[in-house]
Design a protein around this ligand. Structure first.
Ligand SMILES: [Zn+2]
Length: 277
């Protein structure tokens, strides 16, 4: 039987147009439409399964927002663009410790994709098997090799984990969906928001099925109106991804949990020690 814990890893802020395309567009009638930032949560998920402990996403690095000269991971301009309000208590490591779980106890880590708020703590899990889309892995390494400091693939994070001997289980497009444990399926969705996206379908015996969409769908507006995000690697792929999640949700009655939806997140149990089963 699967138990699902939701971790609350603080909040990010970002221009609203980057979450949902064309939120504010200037027109002749409104020639100076206003831009504004919105705040949204950063979650990660721990699953207790028959095949061991699975972590879905790893949040931001605890030093993400430190001044760069003091070892801060995110470049100053990036910190101003996507500020995170977290600290070491808003990390997966802190949440695991509170549950009495050591980092090395985690068997598998699935990365929905490798952006700043999902792959920030890879380096803390040297014993885990990392499941990630091959195209996404390549994309993050390309950003690293090209020294793209303003990229969502954080250069300093990548610089640390590329020097480690981690166990990367790279999933190709042709591999299809992957059963990770009874009741836990990695939905191999291909390019969309990023170059290779993975969502998780979790069949909970009591609660029912849930699709943890991560950034395949930032929020309800993306899902219901099929309006893509402003940050998008492949807009056609994004729509295909969103429609596939809709189809699975319709066929199975699964609840869809969005990647960064403040309103929905407030309705999801995320206290330490709380869980769904
Ligand atoms: Zn994200």
């Amino acid at each position: 039987m699967v138990k699902l814990h939701v971790f609350n890893l603080g909040n990010l802020k970002l221009d609203a147009n980057l979450l949902v395309q064309e939120r504010s567009v200037s027109t002749l009638d409104n020639p100076s439409a206003e831009n504004y930032m919105v705040e949204f949560p950063v979650p990660a998920f721990l699953l207790e399964t028959d095949k061991g402990l699975i972590l879905f996403d790893t949040g931001c690095h605890p030093d993400a927002m430190k001044p760069e000269e003091e070892g801060g991971r995110w470049p100053h301009a990036f910190q101003r663009r996507v500020p995170w309000d977290g600290d070491e208590t808003k990390t997966v490591m802190y949440n695991l410790e509170k549950l009495g779980i050591k980092n090395d106890d985690i068997d598998t880590i699935v990365l929905s994709h490798m952006h700043n708020d999902h792959a920030g703590c890879v380096e803390f899990f040297p014993k885990a098997r990392f499941v990630v889309a091959q195209d996404e892995f390549s994309c993050s390494l390309r950003a690293y090799a090209q020294h793209r400091y303003m990229s969502s693939y954080i250069w300093k994070d990548t610089d640390v984990w590329t020097k480690m001997k981690l166990n990367w289980d790279l999933i190709e497009k042709e591999d299809g969906d992957i059963c990770l444990a009874p009741g836990v399926t990695a939905l191999n969705l291909g390019p969309g928001h990023a170059a290779g996206m993975i969502a998780l379908k979790v069949d909970l015996a009591n609660y029912g099925p849930v699709i943890i969409a991560s950034d395949c769908l930032y929020n309800k507006l993306n899902y219901e109106k099929l309006i893509g995000p402003g940050i998008c690697f492949d807009s056609i792929g994004w729509k295909r991804t969103a429609k596939r999640i809709r189809k699975i949700a319709n066929e199975t009655g699964a609840e869809v949990w969005f990647g960064h939806d403040a309103e929905q997140f407030a309705t999801i149990k995320s206290g330490i020690g709380e869980y769904y089963d």
